[in-house]
Ligand binder design. Structure first.
Ligand code: SF4
Ligand code: SF4
Length: 465
């Protein structure tokens, strides 16, 4: 594709390395409307997600201290490493597939960085300081009392929002109850979490008040590796150079040959990344689609077909055939489907309380004075659920047997592991084998929630010989 050469410099950094502040206007149009609706939903979702519960379990929780993680109401412990590893690999594959199909749509439409920046912080900035031109003129002009008042009000509001965001963020790691406690006791209940929340508030404020698009340009690893996922059939936001060039003011004479781009610069003025999409696909483009709306508005005004800038594949923009089904996307989907099946099967087999029975060290069995043979075993219980469980153990044996479990029933809190002793007694005349298989059933009330097998060891009764 021929056209203007791509710039060697990042759009928001000047020749001498100084930051170029981006003053952009919001776009209006069908893409902006859809994006605003999604943004409003996601802003609420990201804030309240750690406070939601499914069947008494957190909707999402990353409890690093207790090594307990919850997703969609399922709780995973450190012992569920294979399930967590599967989840991680599936997430990466989903990202590969999504990027190969839709480019960086996540960045421009769903990433919390963009959603909050565009849906909250830019809006407040516009309410207080005006449109892009007014903001630029105000910053370039004298920093008088009015300028300072607006800046102080804006930054005070930014700080308050950053505080709310960091409290919600902390709840992702310590859970809603601890988060409430931390908030109402001003950190006395959870000093470490409070320290994290304060640091997060400062970082959130810094990011959304000043760092902004620089985070996407320089810190986000996804932006750096996205080109690996894309091919010429991945959907991107692109400028149709063939149609648009040579750009310039509207055609004045019959002999003057012009493309459809009237060089109005609206696409640049609405770009939150501060780039010119007419320079081709760029690392900084987050696919927010604002330039599509801006250009479509211009095209409609001058009665030219819409879509000079459009959401299309590189092949489509170059007027070649766009392929949806390609080997790489089918491969991602295939591997994802296999892993998802494996994950769901393992998840359905997983016990709520991990239960194992092992032989206690020492004598394998003991013959009591009453003639019964006794085995001492150890019960290992781990509550993989997100709520406290009260459990007891029953015995299923092929021969009459007694079970004694001191301390039963046990109350096990979420993520807690306990060990308990269990004594099994069988009258020696009932022992018919050196090792009798027995089964322990783990009960929560009347519901069986687990089982474990063991062998009862003892001498085989030979009628007094
Ligand atoms: S908005 Fe459209 S017409 Fe205006 S400069 Fe951008 S590409 Fe050209
Ligand atoms: S170039 Fe267009 S799609 Fe990309 S960030 Fe700028 S406005 Fe958004």
């Amino acid at each position: 594709m021929n056209g203007p050469a791509m710039p060697n410099l990042t759009a928001t950094i000047g020749k001498h390395g100084k930051r170029k502040w981006v003053y952009h206007d919001p776009a209006k149009g069908k893409w902006a409307s859809r994006r605003n609706i999604l943004s409003a939903i996601l802003i609420v979702f990201y804030l309240v997600a750690p406070f939601l519960q499914i069947n008494g379990n957190p909707f999402v929780l990353f409890d690093l201290v207790s090594r307990r993680f919850s997703f969609f109401g399922h709780t995973f412990l450190a012992t569920d490493l294979y399930l967590l590893a599967l989840l991680l690999v599936m997430s990466v594959l989903a990202l590969f597939w999504f990027s190969a199909m839709f480019g960086r749509l996540w960045c421009g439409w769903a990433c919390p960085q963009t959603v909050y920046l565009d849906g909250v912080f830019y809006r407040i900035e516009r309410w207080i300081e005006g449109n892009a031109r007014q903001r630029r003129e105000s910053d370039d002009g004298p920093h008088d009392e009015g300028w300072w008042t607006k800046k102080i009000v804006k930054h005070a509001i930014f700080w308050l929002i950053a505080t709310a965001m960091s409290l919600s963020f902390t709840a992702y790691f310590i859970g809603p109850e601890a988060s409430y406690e931390m908030f109402w006791t001003f950190g006395a209940a959870h000093p470490t979490a409070m320290t994290v929340a304060v640091v997060m508030t400062a970082l959130t404020y810094f990011n959304f008040a000043w760092f902004r698009e620089q985070f996407c340009h320089f810190l986000c690893p996804y932006a750096r590796i996205q080109s690996v996922f894309l091919d010429e059939h991945s959907l991107i936001v692109g400028y149709d150079m063939e149609r648009g060039e040579p750009r310039g003011r509207m055609q004045r004479t019959e002999s003057e040959v012009r493309g459809d781009c009237v060089a109005c610069n609206r696409c640049v003025q609405v770009c939150p990344a501060g780039i010119d999409i007419r320079n081709g696909l760029q690392l900084e483009c987050i696919q927010c689609t604002a330039c599509i709306d801006a250009c479509d508005t211009v095209m409609a005004k001058i009665s030219r077909p819409l879509g000079l800038i459009r959401y299309d594949s590189l092949a489509g923009i170059e007027h070649k055939k766009h392929k949806v089904v390609r080997p790489r996307v089918m491969l991602y989907l295939g591997v994802f489907a296999v892993l998802l099946t494996l994950f769901l099967v393992r998840l359905s087999e997983r016990e709520i309380v991990d239960f194992a029975v092992v032989r206690a060290p020492g004598t394998p069995y003991l013959v009591q004075e009453d003639g019964k043979v006794r085995n001492m075993l150890q019960l290992h219980l781990t509550n993989a659920d997100a709520r406290t469980r009260t459990v007891s153990v029953t015995l299923d044996s092929p021969v009459p047997a007694e079970l004694l479990v001191p301390g039963s029933p046990f109350e096990i809190t979420a993520g807690e592991r306990i060990k308990a002793e269990a004594f099994v007694m069988i009258a020696k005349e009932n022992i018919t084998a050196l090792a009798t298989p027995i089964e322990f059933k783990l009960m929560d009330g009347a519901e069986q929630i687990g089982s474990a097998t063991a062998k009862f060891l003892g001498p085989v009764y030979t009628g007094g010989k």
